[in-house]
Design a protein around this ligand. Structure first.
Ligand code: NAD
Length: 476
């Protein structure tokens, strides 16, 4: 029962628009003081993050296990070591990123010099998601701090252990006058979204992406939207099949059990090659997860009952279960679904039109491998995914895929690894999002590129000043 005292305490705890406005005002004051702009402040915060990653590894792994039963090695590689790389990269290159970029000037401004100055935007908001709840919270914050902003992070309530750990760690390791965590779900995020931010980076679904963008539009706040989509893997027959299958497994099940924005959502191959591919995938799956994969602890579990039910509903649609060729088992109590492959499910099913975000992998077949471009591009649900994969040794096919398929990123003959390349931007296009981050792209995403032209008083060509005498006219 809620006693008046409990109600009072709960009310006190509620984070509403008033509270959100206070947080933003405090951070705006700190930003205006210039505290976050200096190279020293940025470096000190980045060094504290590096220290935090080193000292708190075990706690981070524990939280990820509580939230998703992530296997330790997977959690370390995909969340901790990637955060360490991102932080190290910023520490190493920050000075260079911050340096003004000299630009050539023209005869019109002679004599002059010009440069592009990267200036921090102000107070920024990062809204994160549950599937890589540590990395996808920390990595944008690293970018925001590198660029000299004050920042509020709102982690996902669906990964509560990681969310609460992030709140504690930020309090312990970072300058809380400028870097804060606000925990919470929809009401808290809504309260935050009512405020005027200088930039919002949101990671999550396109549905909520639209809510974020609409809220941001009211304040003319620019956004980076890191969304998802249906990432295809086109598999040609001309491949090293065993390596291709291992990499498909790495980009589907070994990656948070398919609960990843860049996980392979579906495979396209030829009618002729499909049986060979399925046999090989079956063999490699058994090699990776044993004969009873529902029992393996080498993949994460499904995050919640809601998502478990959502995935089973995809399988329970009319005519879908008949198409299962590998797997299909599930355990509601343990929130486990075995790696499941389906062949030729009808095109009008949710499985081929909604982002799956789990361990189900439909295979679509075409007559010629080039027909796969149409399968990807022909519907708004499948077009413009966050990642598009291709397995082939055919150079012409590689060129045609790059030219004909639009996606956030693309990777030929592997999965996922493109996002580890520091020089490549990570972001979507169309339904998979807008803007990008990672490395220098994070710094740029959280900076304003200010054009600055420096002139001298002499010499001073008078042509541009009235009166426009006949002599001046002759110069035209
Ligand atoms: P989600 O959109 O439901 O939730 C993400 C965040 O939005 C959470 O912090 C949540 O509290 C907040 N939120 C939820 N509903 C809200 C509302 N009505 N108003 C305001 N805020 C709200 O997304 P999800 O289910 O957590 O994530 C799955 C999606 O995220 C998939 O589409 C996936 O592809 C995408 N994703 C993209 C990337 C990327 O880097 N591009 C990474 C991971 C996930």
């Amino acid at each position: 029962t809620t006693t008046p005292l409990i109600a009072e305490i709960e009310e006190e705890k509620a984070f509403d628009a008033g509270e959100a406005s206070l947080v933003v005002k405090e951070l705006q004051n700190v930003f205006r003081s210039g505290r976050t702009k200096s190279y020293e402040w940025r470096m000190s915060q980045l060094k504290s993050i590096a220290k935090m990653l080193q000292e708190m590894e075990k706690d981070i792994l524990d939280a990820l296990h509580k939230d998703l039963e992530k296997p330790e090695i997977e959690a370390f590689i995909s969340e901790i070591s990637t955060s360490i790389s991102s932080c190290k990269h910023a520490l190493k290159d920050l000075q260079q990123w911050m340096a003004p970029e000299k630009v050539k000037t023209s005869i019109t401004t002679y004599p002059s010099t010009a440069e592009i100055v990267s200036e921090p935007l102000g107070v920024v908001l990062v809204i994160s998601t549950w599937n890589f709840p540590f990395l996808l919270s920390l990595d944008p914050v690293i970018g925001a701090i590198s660029a000299g902003n004050a920042v509020v992070l709102k982690p996902s309530e669906i990964a509560p252990a990681t969310s609460s750990l992030l709140a504690k760690l930020f309090e312990k390791y970072l300058d809380n006058s400028a870097v804060r965590v606000v925990e919470g779900a929809v009401p808290e995020t809504t309260a935050l979204l009512e405020q005027k931010w200088d930039k919002i980076l949101y990671t999550g679904s396109a549905r909520v992406g639209r809510i974020v963008m609409a809220a941001a539009a009211k304040h003319l706040t620019p956004v980076i939207l890191e969304l998802g989509g249906k990432c295809p893997a086109v598999v040609d027959s001309n491949v090293n099949l065993q390596v291709a299958c291992r990499r498909i497994i790495a980009g589907k099940w070994a990656l948070n059990n398919g609960q990843a924005c860049i996980a392979i959502d579906y495979i396209i191959t030829t009618k002729e090659f499909a049986p060979t591919l399925i046999d090989s995938l079956r063999r490699e799956l058994e090699q990776s997860f044993g004969q009873n994969p529902i029992e393996t602890r080498d993949v994460s579990r499904i995050v919640s009952k809601y998502h478990f039910a959502r995935l089973l509903k995809l399988l329970d649609e009319d005519k879908v279960r008949d198409k299962i060729v590998v797997g299909g088992q599930s355990d509601e109590e343990k929130l486990r679904i075995a790696p499941t492959i389906l062949l030729n499910v009808p095109y009008d099913t949710a499985l081929l039109n909604e982002e799956i975000f789990g361990p189900l992998l439909p295979i679509v077949t075409v007559e010629k491998i080039e027909d796969s471009f149409d399968v990807i591009n022909s519907t708004p649900e499948r077009a413009k995914p966050l990642a598009a994969y291709l397995f082939t040794n055919n150079d012409q096919l590689k060129k045609d895929y790059v030219r004909n398929v639009s996606s956030g990123g693309m990777l030929v003959n592997d999965t996922v690894l493109h996002l580890t390349v520091e020089g490549l931007p990570f972001g979507g296009v169309g339904e998979s999002g807008m803007g990008s981050y990672h490395g220098k792209f994070s710094f740029d995403g959280f900076s304003h590129k200010k054009s600055v032209l420096y002139r001298q008083f002499e010499p001073d060509a008078s042509v541009r000043y009235p009166p426009y005498t006949p002599q001046k006219q002759t110069l035209l």
